[in-house]
Design a protein around this ligand. Sequence first.
Ligand SMILES: NC(=O)c1ccc[n+]([C@@H]2O[C@H](COP(=O)([O-])OP(=O)(O)OC[C@H]3O[C@@H](n4cnc5c(N)ncnc54)[C@H](O)[C@@H]3O)[C@@H](O)[C@H]2O)c1
Length: 272
Amino acid sequence: MAYNLLKGKKGIIFGALDEKSIAWKTAQKCYAEGAEIVLTNAPVALRMGAINQLAAECGNAPVIGADVTSLDDLKNLIEKSMEHFGGKIDFILHSVGMGLNVRKGKHYTEMNYEWNQKTFDISSMSLHKVLRTAWELDALSEHASVIALTYIAAQRVFPDYNEMADAKALLESVTRMFGYYYGEKNKVRVNTISQSPTPTTAGSGVKGFDSFINYAEKMSPLGNAPAEACADYIAVMFSDLTKYVTMQNLFHDGGFSFTGVTPKVLEAMGGE
Ligand SMILES: NC(=O)c1ccc[n+]([C@@H]2O[C@H](COP(=O)([O-])OP(=O)(O)OC[C@H]3O[C@@H](n4cnc5c(N)ncnc54)[C@H](O)[C@@H]3O)[C@@H](O)[C@H]2O)c1
């Protein structure tokens, strides 16, 4: 069911890799709610080709390659998007993450710092680069909304999340800091959504993901939030119904973040 929540709005969606991606579901949702969108991903991800199917579904949305760590790529992306829209941008989804130490199986205590720098660049400082590029090009409309996706490992220890815990903490800090400046400048809102574990390519890269997702399901009174529901929440955050929400980390996790223990978890531990 659609409510025309984003009628007339124009936005850029980063990170739709395949149909499991949170960004993929969000693109579909934004389009269904009346938005015009531009899709972007790293050139290497675009070569997989799946995104063209999504673009066709979303009113032949342009697909513009950009490595999120490259200021030149981001400038090109934002300029071309404004040209396509014929004006400013109303929303941006940053749905990008990559942990090099995680991917290469390096334990947190034996971190390779060069890989770690790259992890922070892709997963955290890229939000700064996106916002800075938009700022310099004066690309965002008044009350525009920017959302980045994060995970509760930024606040609490989930050991196998490894360096991505630090990356998400940094991402959330950039959200607050740039959110402050962009709010002052032209009322742009910047928030993170802290999503339940979700079976996507990035999610499944975390060690022990299958048992962890079952644990989170048992620990959440509403159960794990699926990617589709995350897309719904993002659409609301892009809409005019949330104009004064900024610099927040918003949990979208079925209640996991505030639950201490549940009978389902105790039962799995061998309790009565
Ligand atoms: N899946 C989960 O359990 C979960 C939970 C909480 C938060 N998140 C976050 O949600 C976001 C989206 O991840 P997802 O789960 O949909 O997985 P995904 O693998 O579908 O998406 C990650 C995206 O990042 C893109 N990317 C990687 N390096 C890039 C670069 N240099 N330039 C541009 N794009 C690049 C990939 O191409 C991919 O499209 C990430 O920030 C992730 O950390 C995921």
